[in-house]
Design a protein around this ligand. Structure first.
Ligand code: CU
Length: 473
């Protein structure tokens, strides 16, 4: 009797697992061919009839006299040696994960030649958070075909907005990011908004299932800093889940979110900063006269960054305050407010891994026209946190749970929603193209939590699906 019951239970489990795999499996969910640039029938009549359609491929960076910064990145399957001498399988750019830190200056023309050495599934590079022309966005099946082994693709864009960004493959991204195809991209400002003596960028990463790395190293990271120096520490969360980061040993300012400086940020202390998947937070602090500053994750010991020498500071209480950007810093008029006129408004309701009850290509795109102002209300009804990320644009966060932000304006490329949260965001449709809007918990994206923001009249010659092998999430 008992063994029968166990058998039935095991069978049920296997069946559930099979259903899970068939609905969530990376390739299983894709039809042969999907045109992500296709509009709904209604919009098709409006926009395609005019004959002034433009292909995403033709939306490139116009020539200019901007100084050129060139890089070569080669994606390959390899092994990396960790500090403990342990050899770990990884997919790397130029032999390391993260790949090389790319540092450029605001206004530079960035030219990156990507070579795929031996990754059979193909790779691309998406420049996370960077506003660039459609053809350079690195989304396979939308802005380009995937780059197969032995092939190359050259990206070219002007880095218009200074700040902290990162790059990663957007082909089967939940898998490829986890295997290591990531790196830092820092655009240094022509003129600093804040003074600092040291400028570090640190990427938090989970490699495979077990390695928690800070700039590619296990066991945390030690950085040099001497008493009295001011440090800008750029934190990049390349992992799927939110990281609660504490700062111990100094008071600090959050000077930038997703690469965009805040207005007159307050000096604070003893607060946990929630950094969602894909998000960047830059913090600024002055080294104390003696002892270290430690920046660390509440949950993951290996994501500890120690600066300076001497005694370790006392850690934050688990119950310390949570940093709240909605009331932080100083307001600054920019003409963008919840009650201004919007040409389009959209509602997105998020479930555990769906948007408006639908998944991926079944989710109707947000349709915009160049020049329009767009308001999107996003409500998270059920499930784990969702860092919702928009390609190609900088949006402003208008309200949280119905209340307008009262501190510094917050401009971002992602907004982190916990269950129950409602945000309104606004952006101007000022970058014609076909742009993804998706959860940056890439497991959620792979399960279908991805949609498009499509400009009327923009088309793509590329296709997502098993026929082309382009799998953008
Ligand atoms: Cu999500």
């Amino acid at each position: 009797m008992r063994s029968n019951l166990i058998q039935v239970r095991n069978m049920a489990r296997t069946l559930l697992l099979l259903i899970f795999i068939s609905t969530m499996g990376a390739c299983g969910k894709y039809p042969d061919e999907i045109n992500m640039g296709a509009h709904t029938h209604h919009q098709k009549e409006n926009s395609m009839g005019g004959g002034n359609a433009v292909s995403c491929s033709n939306l490139t960076e116009p020539p200019s006299n901007a100084p050129v910064k060139s890089f070569d990145l080669t994606a390959a399957k390899t092994f990396v040696r960790l500090k403990s001498e342990k050899m770990v399988k990884a997919w790397t750019f130029n032999g390391t994960t993260p790949g090389p830190e790319l540092r450029v200056r605001e206004g530079d023309r960035v030219v990156v030649k990507l070579t795929n050495k031996n990754i059979e599934e193909g790779v691309t590079i998406h420049w996370h958070g960077v506003v660039l022309p459609c053809s350079q966005d690195g989304v396979p099946g939308v802005t380009q075909d995937v780059v197969r082994p032995g092939e190359q693709y050259t990206y070219e864009f002007v880095a218009k907005h200074p700040g902290t960004y990162w790059y990663h493959s957007h082909q089967l991204s939940s898998e490829q990011v986890k295997r290591g195809l990531i790196g830092r991209l820092i655009v240094e400002p022509k003129e600093k908004t804040f003074h600092y003596d040291r400028d570090y960028a640190v990427i938090l990463q989970r490699l495979g299932e077990n390695e928690y790395l800070t700039n590619g190293q296990e066991g945390g990271l030690k950085l040099e800093a001497t008493p009295g120096e001011t440090v800008r520490l750029r934190l990049i969360n390349a992992y799927n889940r939110v990281q609660w980061m504490g700062v111990a040993g100094a008071s600090f300012q959050v000077v930038s979110i997703d690469g965009h400086d805040l207005n007159e940020p307050d000096v604070i202390q003893n607060e946990w900063i929630p950094i969602g998947g894909g998000q960047r937070y830059d913090i600024l602090f002055t080294m104390p006269d003696n002892g270290q500053v430690r920046v660390y994750s509440k949950k993951q010991k290996d994501w500890t960054i120690s600066l300076g020498k001497g005694r370790a500071p006392k850690k934050l209480s688990k119950h310390a305050k949570i940093f709240d950007f909605t009331t932080y810093g100083t307001p600054k008029e920019d003409g963008i407010s919840p009650d201004m006129h919007f040409d389009r408004t959209y509602d997105l309701v998020l479930g555990p891994a769906d948007i408006n009850g639908k998944r991926f290509h079944d989710i109707p795109p947000i349709i915009v026209k160049e020049g329009e102002w767009v308001k999107v209300r996003i409500e998270h009804k059920l499930g784990a946190e969702h860092p919702m990320h928009l390609h190609g644009h900088i949006f402003k966060i208008l309200t949280k749970n119905g209340k307008p932000l009262s501190g510094s304006p917050i401009y971002a490329d992602s907004v982190l929603l916990f269950q129950g949260d409602v945000y309104e965001i606004a952006f101007q449709a000022n970058n014609p193209g076909l742009w993804m809007e998706h959860c940056h918990n890439l497991n959620h994206a792979a399960a279908g939590m991805s949609m498009m923001v499509n400009y009327e009249g923009v088309t793509t010659p590329f296709r997502v699906g098993t026929k082309s092998g382009n799998f953008p999430d």
